[in-house]
Design a protein around this ligand. Structure first.
Ligand code: CDP
Length: 210
């Protein structure tokens, strides 16, 4: 079974995808980490994230890089959103994601274009969203827990910029497809959101054509 989980920054998609993977005993890939790895390489080599050729030069990395602690930094998230708008960068990362999705037994992937590009044939598709204010508060709490002194206003502004870029880019923009189940986590606890996600996947499987 392949489960696609898409949604904007700090919507809860990562937590939900990890919980679904655990529940169904499936491997999980956070595809945002791949774009973050390219972003980290771009910054480490003092390349320009706005230049596609620079990003291509930074898009060859080995799996060990996906464990780098800096990948979670906010600056890397912002840069990832810039590098991920380049069609050649997306193409360079696509095979890796498709191989993961199509492994025997299936997988859970979360990102922005899983339901549309990486695994359009997924058995269940969830679109996880929450209001920008709620998402900014969550991200702000995470960053403060990591010792950052960034203000809530700055986090909210960054989230709005990233939303705008991720939903309006020409290459594989974040989109809610007709065949995806919408899960708004704005007013749900983590546990309730996970239970709701499992229920939605169960519904999709039960209604799948034989
Ligand atoms: O965790 P958060 O939602 O903040 O970010 P992420 O999922 O790690 O993604 C970082 C950036 O990578 C996003 O802003 C997207 O621009 C890009 N991304 C993408 O274009 N396609 C994906 N499948 C996953 C991430």
């Amino acid at each position: 079974m392949i489960i696609a989980v898409d949604g904007p920054a700090a919507s809860g998609k990562g937590t939900i995808a990890r919980a679904l993977a655990k529940h169904y005993g499936l491997p999980h890939l956070d595809t945002g980490l791949l774009y973050r790895a390219v972003a980290l390489n771009v910054l480490r080599h003092e390349l320009d994230p706005a230049i596609e050729a620079d990003c291509m030069a930074a898009s060859d990395f080995d799996d060990a890089m996906l464990n780098a602690a800096e990948l979670r930094d906010d600056e890397i998230g912002q840069t990832a959103s810039i590098v991920s708008a380049h069609p050649l960068v997306r193409a360079a990362l696509l095979q890796r994601q498709r191989r993961f999705a199509n492994q025997p037994g299936g997988a859970v992937l979360d990102g922005r274009d899983i339901a549309t590009v990486v695994a359009p044939h997924a058995d269940a598709k969830l679109f996880v969203q929450a209001t920008p204010n709620v998402r900014a508060k969550r991200r702000h709490n995470e960053l403060r827990a990591q010792g950052s002194g960034v203000s809530l206003d700055k986090v909210l502004a960054d989230i709005r910029v990233r939303d705008q870029r991720d939903t309006h880019r020409a290459a594989a923009p974040l989109t809610l497809t007709n065949d995806a189940a919408l899960l708004d986590t704005s007013f749900l606890s983590i546990d309730s959101a996970i239970q709701r996600a499992i229920a939605l996947v169960e519904q999709r499987i039960a209604n799948a054509p034989a």
